[in-house]
Each structure stands twice: as C-alpha cells, then as structure tokens.
Ligand binder design. Structure first.
Ligand SMILES: [Zn+2]
Length: 431
C-alpha cells in the first residue's frame, strides 16, 4: 500500500506510516487528517521516538506525463508514487486563441493607439509558457513532497529519447526550443530524418535540395517541420504545390512527428535540473539508458512512476514497489484570466465573470454533501462547480448532481490547481 505521510504537531515531516496505522491513529483521536491529496495526517501529540528515515524523490520528466516516486534508499521501499499529467498543449491553445482574438481586434477600426516597438525582449532562460507550465508542475510537487515527507535528495532523469539527438550533439536545447535549426544543422538533421533519400521519389545517391512542404510563396515557414529533402527533378515538378497536393501527404506527417514531443522534453530537462539544484538538496541526474537498465535488471514493468523509481545510480538493488498504488494527478489550472467568453469573431458573448468564491467554496474544491431531502437527496462526494445562487453542481464518480445547496456541503480538499484520479491514493474512508 501507498504509505501515508505523517506530520508532527509542529508540522515537521515524520516517517510515513502504513494505512492501517494511520487508520488506528485517526479512530483513536491520536491524529487528524491534514490533507487529502497526498494523504497526510498530523499527530496531536509529539511522538517519543523521532527516528526519521531519509527519503529520495525521483523524477522522470516527460512531455505529457511525469512520473514521480518517493523511495527509501536504505530499504528499497517505494513509499509513494504519482503520475503527473501536464497541460502543455492546453496552455499553447489558450495563448493561440488569445493571439487570434487580439490580431482580429487590431485590424478593426477602433481607437487609435500609438504603436509600441521594442517591447518584446525576453529574459535569459525564457521558456515557452507551455514548457514553463510543465516545469512549474514538477517544482510544485517537489515542494509539496518536501513539506509532507523527510526528503533528503532528488534524482532526475536527463532524457535521451531519440537516436537523432545522440547522433547530432550539435542540436542543443535552445535550438530545439525555438523549433528551428540553423544552416548546416538543418541539412544534417533532414538527411537523417529522411534517410538521405528524396522524400517524394525515394531516390538516393543523388544531389538533394532542401524543399518547403508548404511553399514559402503560400505562407510556408522555414521551420524544420516544414522542410524536407527532394531531388532536383521532383522539386521542379512539385513547383508551387504543397506536399499534399503533390500526392504525398505522408511527408508532412513525417516532418512533423519527431519534433513536437522531443522539443518539449529537451528544452525543459536542463532547465528543470538547474532549478532543482537551486533547491539546495543533492541532485542526482541519470540517463534514460540507465533507467531502462535498472528497470529491466529488476524485472519491473514500464510505467511512468516505475521509471521514476528506477532513475539514477542510487536505485536500491531490490525495489519494493508491488504494493504501491500511484496517485494520478492531472494539472487543471486555477482559473482563467479572460474576463468574459467571446464568440467566433472575438466579441463578448457572456457577461463579465463573477466572484470566484461563493460561501467560501471555490470551483474545483472536493466536497462531501449530505442532503437530507429534495431532488439531490443522498450523499455526494466530488468536485464542486459553484454558482452565485449557492446551489452547486457536484461531479461524483457516477454523475453530475445539480442544485446541491451550499449549506449541506463540507469541503474535503481545497482546490489546488490539480485534479486527482478517483480511487488511486484515496484508500481511507472520508471521515
Ligand atoms: Zn525525387
């Protein structure tokens, strides 16, 4: 079983305990629930023996999901594990939407505003917001774990995810991050990506030219994802057509496929390592090859959280993971900055948003409601969506229950920007 985090009355992290022990402490009024996710209890009296094991938090950063594990190096016990799902593409889509609305607004005849120039500088170490959000998620969870468990060290995988990167050490994070590679690197990269052949007729051992999949004259960009290699005859024949119109839609997919996820992981991995080092704990970094070797040696199946548990040289010889149930965490964001919703043309569609808190409840809180009578009669536990009227909607495991009066609701977990997968990790009945 996943261990339960334990805090002293002064909120110092103590040795995590088994669920049975936590249940005993709770039913005998020796402890209280401090936090639902991750499940943490706080003791009511200072314990006599305070031998605290030193734990290690291990991270396997991924572009969509990051695996996390808290491991006791001395015993090999996986104390706690989680899979953290990011919202990178979601962030990007929101920003793209906003950009589109602003652009259309500018081309309308509205009040004249002096143009602003030279206000577009980016600080050193700037990352695109979608990547920054992945990084913040990991750092948030490392900080939380340090509050609830005696963490003494960190392990992080510095991923080697594809052979191209190993064959092209020149392609470093910054270039991936921008999505463009300059001059020589572009050519070398494309030669590798299209196996030194013409993308359209498959000929090799002929002079190849760099070719735009969507022609520049029709708005195609210079990004690597829009470039391919073609022999001179194919390039001439294709002319001003896109690859799709030329009868080769697969070229487009091939050019785009490897970069998207690769770019995300690559640009974030070094930044994450730097920021973890700034926390002041010893940080061990391991390669993807080492993780896989550790995992195969110990005959462990591949999941994100088990990969995390296998990161680095420090991995114990015997890893005790069989009883662990990972907590599934999904980054949900806090709320929008957008003041009202807009229609297709960027005009306001709804009235301005109202207070985000109603009777001390906030959308995203996990609540338990015991309703004695009326339509929503019964006991409902789940995520709440608030309404100014005080009649909330609770989304339980089975269904959405509308019109639950706020006075029957009791908050179980305050909204913290993350959603938690049902069941996993929440193994204690809600008291
Ligand atoms: Zn050709």
């Amino acid at each position: 079983m996943q261990r339960v985090f334990v805090l002293s009355p002064e909120r110092t992290p103590l040795s995590p305990c088994r669920p049975a022990r936590a249940r005993w402490l709770l039913t005998h009024q020796q402890a209280a629930v401090f936090r639902r996710y991750p499940f943490t209890i706080i003791l009511k009296h200072a314990p006599l023996d305070t031998v605290v094991p030193l734990l290690r938090v291990k991270i396997d950063p991924g572009s969509k999901t990051t695996g996390m594990a808290v491991v006791n190096d001395a015993t090999g016990q996986v104390v706690w594990a989680a899979e953290l799902e990011h919202r990178g593409q979601h962030v990007k889509k929101n920003l793209d939407d906003r950009r589109a609305h602003r652009r259309s607004r500018r081309s309308r005849h509205t009040r004249y505003r002096q143009p602003r120039f030279d206000n577009r500088c980016r600080p050193d170490g700037w990352l695109p917001p979608s990547l920054e959000s992945r990084l913040s998620n990991v750092l948030t969870w490392v900080a939380r774990l340090r509050r609830y468990a005696p963490i003494a060290a960190i392990s992080q995988e510095l991923i080697k995810f594809d052979t191209q990167l190993m064959e092209h050490p020149d392609i470093n994070g910054a270039e991936y991050q921008q999505g463009t590679l300059a001059g020589y690197e572009v050519r070398e990269y494309l030669l590798e990506q299209f196996s030194r052949t013409c993308a359209y007729c498959g000929k090799h051992d002929v002079p190849l030219e760099i070719e735009h999949i969507v022609p520049k004259s029709r708005g195609g960009s210079n990004r690597v994802s829009n470039l391919t290699l073609a022999c001179e005859p194919c390039n001439q024949t294709k002319g001003n057509r896109t690859a799709q119109e030329f009868g080769h839609p697969e070229v487009q997919a091939q050019a785009k496929a490897p970069l998207k996820d690769a770019a995300a992981v690559n640009a974030t991995r070094w930044a994450l390592a730097r920021r973890l080092q700034a926390l002041g704990l010893p940080v061990e970094t391991g390669s993807g090859g080492r993780t896989k070797w550790n995992r195969v040696q110990r005959d462990i199946p591949k999941t994100h959280w088990l990969d995390a548990a296998c990161v680095g040289v420090s991995t114990p010889g015997v890893l005790r993971w069989q009883q662990t149930i990972p907590l599934l965490i999904k980054a949900a964001g806090w709320q929008r900055r957008q003041m009202c919703l807009v229609d297709t043309y960027g005009f306001p569609r709804t009235k301005a948003k109202e207070a985000s808190q109603v009777f001390d409840f906030k959308t995203g809180d996990i609540v338990k409601a015991i309703v004695p009578s009326g339509k929503p009669q019964g006991t409902h536990t789940g995520r709440v969506a608030i309404k100014a009227s005080g009649n909330f909607t609770i989304t339980t495991k089975q269904r959405a229950v509308p019109d639950v009066p706020y006075r029957y609701c009791r908050r179980v977990h305050r909204a913290d920007g993350y959603a938690y997968q049902k069941g996993a990790g929440a193994f204690l009945p809600i008291p």
